[in-house]
Design a protein around this ligand. Structure first.
Ligand SMILES: Cc1cc2nc3c(=O)[nH]c(=O)nc-3n(C[C@H](O)[C@H](O)[C@H](O)COP(=O)(O)OP(=O)(O)OC[C@H]3O[C@@H](n4cnc5c(N)ncnc54)[C@H](O)[C@@H]3O)c2cc1C
Length: 452
């Protein structure tokens, strides 16, 4: 059964969200730097956000990424995709709806794998929007490759642990109440079994943020990517998230969700750039006609529309598959593809929109530079595109077998020969036939039965 329709009841909610985001949330983007999303003690911003968060709860749309039993609204991934493709228009909307990265992924794994005590201490305030969290996995020497990780938690004679090592690009570490840290706990087995996750309060002794790094547009010394040192941080088994040795499994679970949510929000970013492009094309008159009447502008609009629509449908199908299989591993290649496309489609669309706005598009009075850069960043954060393409190719190739001889299966001589054998009786009857038949007959007569 195929359907491209949204249930009328949920559509009403989406209509409400669309108006709510445009009228009440997008204006916040003009008033505060995006980083402030994570600063829970910004009183001015919180005074604006809190009542909006309450409205979202009243609508039953809070923390839609989580099932009801785990504290969310529990609509599933397809409704979440439809929601996120609106929320992604604004930097602040995901926070106001309780679905902002990286807290979504962190709340998801806390909800699924956390102990009751961890849920009480961290998950509830996280879901209430009262604290923010940090996920510290990537290391300076080997990037996101877990096989290069050296951050170690070493079991002590009394059964406790000591954590030592360095992480970098840990988003929001400076504002986080707690960190989820990926550490090697058994170096003698492959990392897939020898690493564990720990949930650590940010103020625990031995946790030190060495510095905070920004991205291209941040002033030196500012930014939200933490370089963190763990210097003999004392831990107990109560700090483990999930079981010892389960880090990889849990991390994949977290990243699966996080990546597809990024893709869902990217549909909105690309859509916003597209709206701006169309408005400008219809508004600007130069060189004898409206921009919208110039064929190269029309081509940009048509190409952008086709690319966004394909991407959107792909993201929705990925969401549908996650709902269907309830197993991120079974949709690995879809998630990697959605994440890779997210960066590409946002960058491509924003570049076209920027171009159509001419000098104005390049100016700092339009938001394109930021949108473009964020789209580009998406191609690195949560795993570089190159690595995701490797995943896609490996998964896809598993569905294929090599040809069993020198020539590919679709080699015409082989194919014609096989078809001739299958339909030999019918071919003996009169009627026009392909010249390939005589050719293959001749090859066979000459002894080239295997098409050589
Ligand atoms: C804005 C931002 C936020 C982030 N937030 C977090 C966070 O909260 N927590 C966290 O743990 N990490 C975070 N990261 C880190 C992120 O996960 C890593 O940047 C990512 O995994 C890539 O690692 P790397 O930067 O060391 O790049 P490298 O691994 O050094 O890769 C560099 C380049 O090499 C090429 N390359 C790499 N591998 C391959 C391959 N297998 N085949 C072909 N080419 C390849 C690609 O072109 C790639 O872009 C964040 C990064 C960014 C940019």
């Amino acid at each position: 059964m195929w359907s491209f329709e949204t249930e009328p009841e949920y559509q009403q909610k989406l209509d409400w969200v669309r108006a709510f985001v445009r009228e009440k949330i997008e204006p916040i983007d003009c008033l505060f730097h995006q980083d402030q999303t994570y600063v829970v003690d910004n009183q001015s911003l919180r005074a604006i956000m809190k009542p909006l968060m309450a409205e979202v709860r009243e609508q039953g749309l809070w923390a839609c990424h989580l099932p009801k039993a785990l504290g969310g609204s529990g609509y599933g991934q397809v409704p979440l995709a439809l929601l996120n493709e609106i929320l992604g228009r604004s930097w602040f909307a995901p926070t106001i709806f309780g679905t902002a990265a990286p807290d979504t992924g962190n709340s998801e794994i806390l909800a699924h794998f956390g102990t009751e005590a961890q849920k009480q201490e961290y998950l509830q305030p996280l879901l209430d929007g009262d604290i923010v969290s940090c996920y510290a996995m990537t290391e300076p020497q080997g990037g996101g490759d877990p096989k290069q990780f050296t951050t170690r938690a070493v079991r002590q004679p009394d059964g406790s642990w000591r954590l030592s090592g360095r992480k970098w690009y840990a988003s929001n570490a400076r504002w986080a109440k707690f960190l989820i840290v990926f550490a090697i706990t058994d170096p003698d087995v492959p990392v897939y079994q020898g690493a564990s996750l720990f949930v650590i309060p940010a103020e625990r002794a031995g946790v030190r943020i060495l510095r905070n790094v920004g991205t291209t547009f941040d002033l030196p010394g500012t930014g939200s990517e933490g370089y963190i040192e763990f210097d003999g941080v004392p831990l107990t088994d109560a700090d483990l998230l999930g079981k010892e040795g389960e880090a990889f499994r849990i991390a994949q679970f977290r990243l699966g969700g996080g990546r597809v949510h990024h893709a869902m929000r990217s549909v909105a970013q690309a859509g916003k750039a597209f709206d701006m492009m169309c408005e400008r094309a219809l508004s600007r008159f130069t060189q004898g006609s409206q921009l919208s009447e110039k064929q190269m502008v029309q081509e940009m609009i048509a190409d952008a529309w086709m690319e966004i629509e394909q991407f959107r449908l792909f993201v929705l199908r990925t969401a549908w598959k996650i709902d269907k299989y309830n197993d991120y591993k079974r949709v690995k290649e879809d998630i990697s593809a959605a994440k890779t496309l997210a960066s590409r489609v946002v960058v491509n669309t924003v570049m076209k929109a920027m171009k159509i706005h001419g000098a104005l598009g390049i100016s700092n009075e339009m938001p394109f530079g930021d949108m473009l850069f964020r789209g580009f960043v998406m191609g690195t954060a949560d795993g570089p595109d190159a690595v995701h393409k490797v995943v896609i190719a490996k998964q896809i190739l598993r569905q294929y077998q090599p040809s069993n001889d020198l020539f590919p299966t679709e080699h015409l001589v082989k194919g014609v020969g096989a078809a001739m054998d299958r339909y030999a009786a019918e071919l003996a009857l009169p009627g026009d036939k392909s010249p390939w038949i005589d050719y293959v007959k001749q090859l066979r007569a000459e002894g080239h039965a295997n098409a050589l």
